[in-house]
Design a protein. Structure first.
Length: 295
């Protein structure tokens, strides 16, 4: 009788420990395929439909154990105001009809620090810094980013962002923007809402702008369904971006997600004056699958 009671108690403790699966590390990886539809018209019809395969892998170290008991598992780091350091690598492989297939490698490192602590004057303030290096046959691109913001409440953050993009043997591009995120808790699950906007400073062009909004509806703590929309305004032309995704934590530590994005461009008369009198039609779709493991 005692052994049976001990066994039942042990199973209960194990299940309880699993339900409170706090973590310090996360590894993730995925694959995505992008299919382009490019059409050149007036005066000569031309068509090129390149495809892009993306393979990526990354890892994140959290400076303190992330508490997973505050809401959906997909929002654990956000709700716990976690500080982290991330490393990532991606390989892009492009296939173009009748042309050499260029490849690119992308390396990135990102850090997010949230000041937290009883009585801290800066409690709730956060800082983000990042660096990305893209290497391909034509040119290397370095991207530096920085952000500063604050948790306006337990479930609300506002971050101002700056980004500098530098191309080998080319010019620099500066971007400015802001992101607002808020989580609405439900009795079971919740809704994560996001809003973003920004401007890019490009010499010789009206400053391109982007704004976007989206949300993730969490059905309990393990399932999330996301929808997003963003629009770019580039020298009077608009680019619409539609996104959707499904996230499933199969266990407290292991999750998979499926993503889809459709990008549609306005018809463009010429490309920066290089093809006067020609109209460019373009769109592309991306389908991706990713997995992550926490421990």
């Amino acid at each position: 009788m005692f052994k049976k009671t001990a066994l039942i108690a042990g199973i209960g403790l194990a299940l309880s420990a699993t339900a409170q699966a706090d973590y310090r590390f996360q590894v993730d990886g995925g694959y995505a395929q992008t299919s382009f539809d490019l059409q050149t018209r007036n005066p000569n019809d031309g068509k090129a439909d390149p495809d892009l395969d993306n393979y990526n892998i990354g890892g994140t170290w959290y400076m303190e154990a992330v508490d997973t008991s505050k809401g959906p598992l997909g929002e654990a780091a956000f709700l716990d105001h976690a500080s982290s350091l991330s490393l990532g690598f991606a390989e892009d492989e492009v296939s173009i009809n009748g042309a050499d297939d260029p490849d690119a490698q992308v390396y990135n490192v990102d850090m997010r620090y949230v000041a937290e602590g009883p009585g801290w004057k800066l409690s709730g303030w956060l800082m983000e810094v990042g660096y990305q290096r893209t290497e391909n046959d034509d040119a290397n691109v370095d991207t530096w980013s920085a952000g500063i913001g604050k948790y306006l409440g337990q479930n609300t953050s506002l971050v101002a962002l700056y980004e500098n993009i530098s191309v080998d043997n080319g010019g620099d591009v500066d971007r400015w923007g802001a992101e607002l995120e808020h989580f609405f808790p439900f009795d079971n699950g919740g809704l994560k809402a996001r809003l973003a906007g920004g401007k890019t400073v490009v010499s010789g062009l009206d400053d391109p702008t982007r704004w976007g909004l989206g949300g993730t509806w969490y059905i309990g703590n393990n399932w999330g369904i996301s929808l997003d929309f963003a629009q770019d305004d580039l020298n009077g032309y608009e680019i619409d971006r539609y996104g959707a995704g499904v996230e499933w934590f199969i266990t407290e530590n292991f999750a998979v997600d499926l993503t889809y994005e459709d990008v549609e461009f306005d018809d463009i008369e010429g490309i920066a004056g290089l093809l006067p009198g020609q109209k460019i039609e373009a769109s592309y779709d991306t389908i991706g699958i990713n997995a992550l493991y926490r421990f």
